[in-house]
Write a protein that binds this ligand. Structure first.
Ligand code: TYD
Length: 138
C-alpha cells in the first residue's frame, strides 16, 4: 500500500439541513479506532510548525473544524501533504508515521482525535531516531 492509502483522507457525512451543518464522528465507524482522547490546537500562526513527531502506539484523525492548515506526512521514504480546510474532512494517521502541521490560518482550529490516552514515552521526537526505528521494521 502506498503512504496515501495508509493515511486516507476521510470524508464525513453531512447531516446538515436548512438550520446548519452537522458532522458526526463515531469511534470505530467513521474512523478506524475507538476515541480515547480529543485535543485541539488554535492560535498557531503561519510561521509555526507543530507535530514533528511519530507515535509508537497512537493513531490520530486530524480535522480543521475551522480555518485551514497543512499536514506533511512521511514514513521516511514517501511523503505527501494534505490541506485540511473543511470541517467535513479529516486525515487518518496510523502509528509510526511522522507528521508536521503548519501553515495555520489565523482562524484555524485543528481538532485531533486520538486512539490513546496521553503518554509522552510513546513519542519519537527525533527524526534520525525515527528513521532508525523504521529501518528496523522494514
Ligand atoms: P506537543 O506534542 O508538542 O503538541 P503538538 O505535537 O500537537 O504540536 O504538546 C505540547 C505539550 O502538551 C507537551 O508538553 C505535551 C503536552 N500534551 C499533553 O499533556 N497531552 C496531550 O494529549 C498532548 C497532545 C500534549
Amino acid at each position: 500500500m502506498t503512504l496515501e492509502e495508509r493515511c486516507p483522507v476521510l470524508q464525513f457525512a453531512d447531516l446538515g439541513d436548512e438550520r446548519g451543518k452537522l458532522v458526526v464522528i463515531e469511534g470505530g465507524m467513521a474512523i478506524p479506532f475507538q476515541i480515547r482522547r480529543v485535543f485541539y490546537i488554535y492560535e498557531s500562526d503561519s510561521t509555526v510548525v507543530r507535530g514533528q513527531h511519530a507515535n509508537k502506539e497512537s493513531e490520530f484523525v486530524l480535522i480543521n473544524v475551522a480555518g485551514k492548515s497543512k499536514v506533511r506526512i512521511t514514513d521516511g521514504k514517501e511523503e505527501f501533504i494534505v490541506q485540511l480546510d473543511k470541517p467535513m474532512m479529516g486525515v487518518y494517521i496510523p502509528s509510526m508515521i511522522w507528521k508536521d502541521m503548519y501553515d495555520f490560518s489565523a482562524d484555524s482550529v485543528l481538532l485531533v482525535l486520538a486512539s490513546t490516552h496521553y503518554n509522552g514515552k510513546e513519542y519519537i521526537r527525533d527524526y534520525k531516531d525515527y528513521l532508525t526505528e523504521m529501518e528496523k521494521m522494514r
